[in-house]
Write a protein that binds this ligand. Structure first.
Ligand SMILES: [Zn+2]
Length: 352
């Protein structure tokens, strides 16, 4: 019988637990990521010293690099250092910025990358993209998926709570992204990947109804796994489609118009809630808003310091941030006046 199957890339190992960073050395050797010991470690500006001390005993041979920020320049400079040093692999330890810069640097140097996350702010831990800043704003760059993935819950507990809660907004926004993909399939005949949808949706559903929050190890484990699965859904789809729809178009527009307003995951959550409002899906809207509120995440533009007018401008600009992606925003094609009315109605519907 012929066996016809799709082969999917996947990380060699994935660990979500406390104390993961301290045992990094054995992970690298056991999974044969690095056998000769020529490993580079990239750490962020914030927790770099603490991490360096922790890994000194197990990764004594490793050369340590500091990643000053999540810019293209920082990533290119690290990429040049990695190439010069002829390393077997690079381990990126830190938050989203450090991991994304290291991912891009590894792809430039042509070596595998191990991602070790210390917070859970978005689904970039395992995604095949790196989001980096440059003179013109922020860009998303295609990169290979990390070879191994670790989330150290000790560090996650110590991370700023807002950077951990933010991941909830990013993963819940998958539900809106999938609606958009289905809409594009129905109206535009865009091919849809059922497996990518299943992975992305299941990740969001695992988080959305939970009563516990970021204080609990059980919750953090599910959140970390969901964010990793969300990244995997993008690997399966070969694009960010299963985790980025109108919700992310709105967040990119907010980033462009009002840089520094809030972080990725918080804005994704607001974008998703607003998109469910536009779809008149009262049930999902209530569920998403309930989830965001339960975890103290922002829901209205005012919650992140934007006026209704500023948010209106972002929604109007949103489709232009991702040309070719068909979502509820492109479907409705609202005029500026209509957007303003819908934003006002949204705030009245969900505001407290
Ligand atoms: Zn996202």
């Amino acid at each position: 019988m012929p066996i016809l199957a799709r082969m999917l890339p996947a990380p060699l190992t994935m660990q979500v637990r406390r104390g993961a960073i301290a045992e990094l050395g054995s992970l690298l050797t056991d999974s044969r990521v690095a056998t000769s010991g020529r490993v580079a470690v990239a750490v962020g500006a914030g927790q770099g010293d603490k991490i360096a001390t922790m890994i000194a005993s197990t990764l004594g041979e490793a050369e340590l690099f500091r990643v000053p920020d999540g810019s293209v320049d920082a990533a290119v400079s690290l990429g040049a250092d990695l190439r010069k040093g002829a390393f077997e692999a690079v381990v990126g330890i830190g938050g989203g910025r450090t991991i994304d810069a290291t991912k891009y640097a590894a792809s430039l140097a042509g070596i595998p990358m191990v991602a070790v996350a210390t917070n859970l702010s978005h689904d970039g831990i395992c995604s095949p993209t790196a989001s980096l800043t440059h003179e013109g704003g922020k860009g998303s760059f295609g990169v290979p998926m990390p070879l191994a993935i670790m989330v150290d819950l000790d560090f996650v507990h110590d991370a700023p709570p807002s950077l951990v809660r933010a991941g909830i907004g990013d993963v819940v926004s998958n539900l809106s992204a999938i609606e958009d993909w289905q809409l594009a399939a129905a109206e535009r005949g865009e091919p849809i990947d059922g497996l990518a949808c299943a992975v992305s949706r299941t990740a969001a559903e695992a988080v959305i109804g939970r009563a516990d929050s970021i204080e609990s190890d059980a919750f953090l484990t599910v959140l970390a796994e969901s964010l990793i699965l969300s990244g995997m859904s993008m690997v399966i789809a070969g694009s960010s489609r299963p985790a980025s729809g109108g919700d992310h178009e709105i967040l990119h527009a907010v980033d462009q118009l009002y840089p520094g307003t809030s972080n990725h995951g918080e804005l994704a959550g607001i974008g998703a809630a607003f998109c469910f409002f536009l779809r008149d899906d009262t049930q999902r809207l209530a569920q998403v808003v309930g989830c965001l509120r339960r975890h103290e995440l922002p829901v209205t533009p005012g919650d992140v310091g934007l006026t209704e007018e500023q948010f209106t401008e972002a929604v109007v600009l949103a489709p232009a941030t991702r040309p070719g992606r068909y979502t509820i925003l492109e479907h409705l094609r609202l005029s500026d006046t209509e957007v303003r009315e819908r934003v006002g109605a949204y705030v009245r519907a969900v505001g407290r």
